[in-house]
Design a protein. Sequence first.
Length: 108
Amino acid sequence: MRASSTVLTHLQTPPTIFGMPPLFAILLFCGVFVEVVVFRMIGGNALAFGVVLVSVPPAIGYSIYLRRQDPHCETMLTLPTGFYRGKGLRVLVAGLPATKDKKRRAKK
């Protein structure tokens, strides 16, 4: 008979809020708040309600879709892009200087 696992398998998936990662849920709710405030100033309650009603369900659906594709999607999307990551490979060979000086090599 096998012993039960000591690893809590229900904790291995990140937590969700309405099926969305917490970061996406916070961004969505902040966006809805800003959207309501801006559209209330522009056109009143009816315009704000209509815009929120049209824009929130696709945002929730897309974030749930991303979560189902990769449970850790919010951490992958918050990583820096390739431009800001720096060089992929840095190698320092023992005995050689870190920078190559062509003039010094030419004199030898």
